[in-house]
Design a protein. Sequence first.
Length: 132
Amino acid sequence: MNTDPIADFLTRIRNASAAGLKMVEIPGSNIKRAMTLILFDQGYILNYKFEDDNKQGTIKIALKYNQSTRVPAITKLQRASRPGLRKYSGSIDMPRVLNGLGIAIVSTSKGVITDKEARKLNVGGEVLCYVY
């Protein structure tokens, strides 16, 4: 049993990327689906597929690499808020990752969105992770 599903999600992607794998399978959940959609929309992953084969389903993610150098598109995945120490941020104090080159994934009342969208919608929330 996993106590922190978001950390498990990030660790599986980080490990598969470091190993140079093309595909990674992750047990599904609603927040993981939302995070996968954000990573796809921002161009950090190549493709994804949601499969509802059992009660929770699985998410298959195709990782993205530079074609010539084989460097992963995701260079860093860092968990910000964790079960022992939650990190909340208002819309004004929303963190900027690499001065706007990376993204922070935030869980808000409007759903799971990026830091840029949260600033635009003027909402705050729990900062889940940083991606760059």
